[in-house]
Design a protein around this ligand. Sequence first.
Ligand code: TEU
Length: 528
Amino acid sequence: MHADVWWKAGTVYQVYPRSFQDTDGDGVGDLRGIAARLDYLAWLGVDALWLSPVCRSPMADYGYDVSDYRDIDPLFGTLADFDALVAEAHRRRLKVIMDFVPNHTSEEHPWFAESRSSRTNPRRDWYIWRDPGPGGGPPNNWISNFGGPAWTRDPATGQYYHHAFLREQPDLNWRNPAVRAAMADVLRFWLDRGVDGFRVDVIWHLIKDAAFRDNPPNPGYVAGEPEINRLIQLHSADQPEVMDVIAGMRAVLEEYDDRVLIGEIYLPLERLVAYYGVDLSGAHLPFNFQLIQTAWHAPTVAALVAEYEAALPEGGWPNWVLGNHDQPRIAARVGPAQARVAAVLLLTLRGTPTLYYGDEIGLGRVPVPPGRVRDPWERNEPGRGRDPARTPMQWDPGPRAGFSTAEPWLPLDPQAASRNVEIQRDDPASILTLYRRLLSLRREHPALSIGAHRPVEVRGDVLVYERVHADDVIRVLLNFGHEACFIPAGPEWRVLLSSASGRIGETRDGDRFALAGDEALVLVRVPD
Ligand code: TEU
């Protein structure tokens, strides 16, 4: 009846620590702030929180550039604050997942300072150094994910170092066993402090082609897309040897009870599922971002669900993500009405869902005026910036939405006074109430948390599927369109939930349900 491990039936909630809750009045969120909001997360009904990076960092990429893997950045607090947060979370039966950023360090990490100091330094080979290419330029054509070459020449030695992201984020050399051993100890450092798992940043990037061959041009490249898409990342990422690295991380987690390894992976489906590893020795949950990348239509989503279910390896557990700190928010992508349909989809598909903070109150794209841009990507490639999806959480109608007593590091949603937790929490029509009811249904119905997925049909704009566990049968109807329609259903089906803000009770019309535009219904089969 129960899942064998917590992360299968459980739900994950991503906290972007800079933007969750400020307690020391500097306009930036902190660990004590997160601790102060744990009751909210427990009330909402999630099972785990994943914290975007909180380790010491010069913040060139807001924490995804770590200068000390064994300390908390003072902006967020101290190790003692972290320990207290973990203890308080565990007291509420909430798990804590850390972000682990192993592909690159900050250029300010002492390892890199040593590595760049001379060609013969013992840590030289901890990073990726190459002689200039034939013309004196970069060693090959690889492009940084944030634009420009993925190589920077270091005057100290005349060689180039590789960086898949900013030049302030030099890539570690994961072919070097010493790097693997040092990072395994970093994992143990946090596992010993009680963290329940890791979300591993850009896990598919860790190993690069040993011969550093040029990446081929992408024949499908469309001008205006990020520059990185000009080339196919054939040699700069997703190399077969990365599976050993991941199995090594898994082995470290296996030294402890019940920890989870989540991998951040942006790859096509057939490559994504390879990250479960041979005999499931890889990531427990290779993040599935298909709902972020899909066109929002019933047949398209039906097809991607079917393809994903079919592609999963035997025993591989699925997972779903609607948004994160790198992507435009779901409400910005599909609009506020469909964001409610999306919530039902996320929380009724088979597999572990990850929620992104703020989506549960319907936060959209928050305008960020040019003078307040923080994301370095926006400076390199205008329009690509991720700031509009990283703005402060909105807790109440008061000043600064209850996030801070100071001007927040990113602007607040102009509608913060009306869109916030305090206003929505007792409003039966709010999106927050919808999220909370869905999370509670997942706990009540094993069909929803661990049941099988059974496709039923796509009827016009409506996607219909079932979740089944023994006698517990749930049917989900999702109207991806804006028009009302009828969906046949026998007398054995009863409405558990409607996503529509106005609906009270069920709308049965003989042997069918009347579905409003942008409405999703969750039905349960009752014995007749
Ligand atoms: O993101 C990796 C990553 O691939 C994204 O930047 C991606 O290129 C883009 O968002 C896809 O649309 C991770 C972190 O999540 C991100 O915040 C970091 O900036 C990046 O790694 C570097 O550590």
